[in-house]
Design a protein around this ligand. Structure first.
Ligand code: SF4
Length: 395
């Protein structure tokens, strides 16, 4: 049987061939986090809303009794509105379409969130919703979308022009990550099927090369046991020769600084996962006889003497009822200005609240359309200041 590749895993697998070898070595044990469960729900609710608006497709809501709230609900609003604005009138829209194409050495599969086709069948738009917090690669350098493009092209050879769009509502545009990124492919000039085929063939020909990367490791289930990430971490414990020692510069070069930033990003997920997993294991009590550690019931001591244990504590202080807080504070602080100075204004919350009160979208790409964002600009713009910043974009 030919091996199967999901388009959604291509970003990781094409960057790190070894991660696919691990995929086939171990059963898939991806843990559903709250974020991924909310993401699944947002995809289903968004697809159902698009079907109500005229799209075709079959979708089941995984948790029909549960309502999305707050920002999760806004994500669906933003997604549906963006899709309806991107797709020209009269085009057909399919949601959650399943595609499969058999190539010479493998089978490629994919689930496309939205596929829109022009009435004459020569143009299409692929739109992918991302609900996670980490900004994914923009449309023009995203292997997942290239995989979708190859699937659509093989299934519908009449398509000549293809727009690829990623919608990631959690992205912070002020930090340089657009919520909507898109690119266009002229399929007469770009052989996207051949490109994907040669990349996947390279994975099959060279299965044991592990390459760490932000785009791969951040979404990899094997980050904690992967030899490449461990090697990267273990670089911190190198024994140097005299020559290597002599070569240490007094100041870091721009390349070294960039590598620090990249590796910090790359190790962010495994370190976060390791913290959570260790906390869980120590809380329930572990028993292991690993060579380099000794373990007590709820504590671990590393070979260098570092003790790690779980201590009961309390999270940060929060006030749910701000109205009562203001009333009580006002009793001893009569000056309103001083009371208000204790609060931090969130313009995101203001945009959401105004949009809810006025029954308008929070944001709109239509020129002149009323939205929570435009209300804030028009009514509060003179109160808002912004300091210029320098942002470090890790792409
Ligand atoms: S953690 Fe990174 S280097 Fe290791 S297998 Fe996964 S993607 Fe590859």
């Amino acid at each position: 049987m030919k091996p199967s590749f999901r388009a959604s895993s291509l970003d990781r697998i094409i960057t790190c061939h070894g991660s696919r070898a691990l995929d086939t070595k171990f059963p898939h044990e991806s843990k559903d986090s709250d974020v991924s469960l909310a993401g699944t729900k947002a995809h289903a609710v968004g697809a159902l809303r698009l079907i109500e608006a005229g799209a075709i497709g079959e979708v089941e809501d995984p948790t029909p009794g549960v309502e999305l709230e707050g920002f999760d609900a806004w994500i669906v609003d933003f997604w549906v509105q963006t899709v309806l604005e991107l797709v020209p009138a009269g085009w057909a829209i399919e949601v959650e379409g399943a595609f499969e194409v058999e190539c010479l050495r493998f089978v490629l599969t994919g689930h496309i969130d939205v596929l829109a086709i022009s009435p004459d069948g020569t143009q299409a738009i692929i739109i992918d919703l991302k609900t996670g917090y980490n900004p994914v690669d923009a449309a023009e350098c995203n292997w997942q979308l290239a995989g979708y493009a190859a699937l659509v092209r093989c299934s519908m050879p009449g398509i000549k022009q293809l727009r690829l769009v990623i919608v990631q509502p959690r992205n912070n545009e002020a930090e340089g990550y657009p919520r909507v990124s898109e690119t266009s492919l002229d399929l007469a000039l770009c052989d996207v099927e051949a490109l994907i085929e040669s990349e996947i063939n390279a994975v099959l020909d060279d299965p044991l090369t592990f390459t760490t990367s932000k785009k791969g490791c951040l979404y990899c289930d094997f980050a904690l046991t992967c030899p490449a990430t461990i090697a990267l971490k273990d670089d911190m414990k190198l024994h140097l020769t005299q020559d290597q020692f002599d070569a240490i510069p007094q100041n870091p070069s721009p390349t070294q600084l960039a590598e620090w930033v990249r590796d910090g990003k790359l190790l962010e997920k495994p370190i976060k996962l390791a913290r959570e997993e260790l906390k869980e294991q120590l809380t329930r009590g572990i028993s292991t006889a690993a060579g380099d550690v000794t373990t007590a019931e709820h504590e671990i001591t590393l070979i260098d003497g570092t003790r790690i244990f779980v201590k009961d504590g309390q999270g940060p202080r929060k006030v749910e009822n701000l109205t009562t807080l203001l009333l009580r504070l006002g009793v001893v602080v009569p000056e309103e200005k001083k009371v208000h100075a204790c609060l931090t204004a969130s313009l995101d919350d203001v945009e959401r609240t105004v949009a809810g009160e006025l029954g308008i979208p929070i944001a709109s790409k239509k020129v002149g359309a009323m939205s929570g964002k435009s209300w804030v600009i028009n009514n509060l713009g003179d109160l808002i200041t912004r300091e210029p910043t320098k942002q470090l974009i890790i792409a």
